[in-house]
Ligand binder design. Structure first.
Ligand code: BDR
Ligand code: CA
Length: 315
């Protein structure tokens, strides 16, 4: 089995990524490390536990990590994911916070990487604060990972938080910079434009409505936390006529690398000082800086396989 650790700031799409990980037969989730992002880190832990409970997997350890970005400037995404980060659906029987491990997420990342050297696929679908702290505490950490798969950054300067910055990289730009420049293991990145604005990563509303209607307990829970966001996107047609999401696709890429149909190796960095472009990922496609590629960018995924993975998760 593929050993995975998921680093999340559990909003609705992080929840989808967790659900997919728990239901892939070839994946074993060693732990979920939580970080502030979409909501505060305690709420992230609560949301992760809630997903685990619905899937009967409270045996998966949840670790609390950084509560602010490296520079401490916290701006969340509750406007998008709801006040609780997961669509504000009341939880009649919330799992107790005593289930959160006492070990810090960063310490857990270091420990797990030592227990399973060369074996862990780290899937980071959140601001990269925990990863940056881990590499500062132990520069050998990335070399002990099998690979890192990130959802974050952008390839054509299309942003969300600012006109040019994607949320995870905007929220903690220093951390994103540190990770891109210090992770020596293979790094695969699923950028914002591919998730959000690409015809290759969209699901028709007809097909998505069918997935939202899967009548299992898991399916209903998934549909309930997504309901508001889906209604909003359908009404506004903000992005396109398709359903789009971010984090679950990163998980799919990690679990089933064969679903990547097109990718590009490139040297990328993060703008930290730009007057209007802070947090933007900058890719040297033409090799102008003559640097070795540091990431592989996913450009196209097999949507048939992706849709099937959603079905598998909820049926
Ligand atoms: C990313 O930002 C967050 O709101 C989502 O969970 C996703 O990880 C997309 O920009
Ligand atoms: Ca996320």
């Amino acid at each position: 089995k593929k050993l995975m650790v998921l680093d999340v700031d559990c909003g609705c799409d992080d929840a989808q990524a967790i659900m997919l990980a728990l239901t892939r037969p070839n994946v074993q989730v060693l732990g979920i490390t939580c970080v502030a992002g979409n909501v505060g880190v305690d709420q992230v832990c609560r949301n992760a536990l809630r997903v685990l409970k619905v899937f009967g997997r409270l045996d998966v350890p949840v670790f609390r990590g950084a509560d602010v970005p490296i520079l401490g400037n916290h701006v969340d995404a509750r406007y998008w994911h709801g006040q609780d980060g997961m669509g504000d659906v009341p939880d009649p029987d919330p799992p107790g916070m005593e289930l959160v491990q006492s070990e810090h997420a960063v310490t857990a990342l270091l420990r797990l990487s030592k227990e399973h050297p060369g074996e862990i696929t780290l899937v980071a679908v959140a601001p990269l604060t925990n990863l940056a702290l881990a590499v500062r505490m132990d520069p050998e950490f990335p070399a002990r990972l099998k690979e890192l798969v990130i959802m974050g950054g952008n390839i054509n300067a299309r942003g969300r938080v600012t006109p040019t910055a994607e949320f995870n990289f905007a929220y903690d730009s220093e951390a994103a910079h540190m990770v891109l420049h210090s992770f020596t293991c293979p790094v695969t990145d699923l950028p914002y434009e591919i998730c959000r604005f690409s015809a290759h990563c969209g699901i028709s509303w007809d097909e998505w409505d069918k997935i939202m209607a899967i009548p299992t307990e898991r399916g209903k829970f998934h549909a309930s936390i997504l309901a508001k966001g889906v209604a909003r996107e359908k009404a506004q047609k903000v992005f396109s006529d398709f359903y789009h999401s971010c984090d679950p696709f990163a998980l799919m890429v990690a679990a089933r690398p064969d679903i990547v149909l097109e990718s590009e190796d490139v040297y990328a960095t993060v703008e930290l000082r730009g007057e209007v472009t802070r947090g933007q990922m900058v890719c040297d496609y033409r090799g102008i800086w003559k640097k070795e590629p540091n990431i592989r960018i996913v450009k196209k995924v097999d949507m048939q396989a992706a849709k099937q993975m959603f079905w598998d998760a909820f049926q």
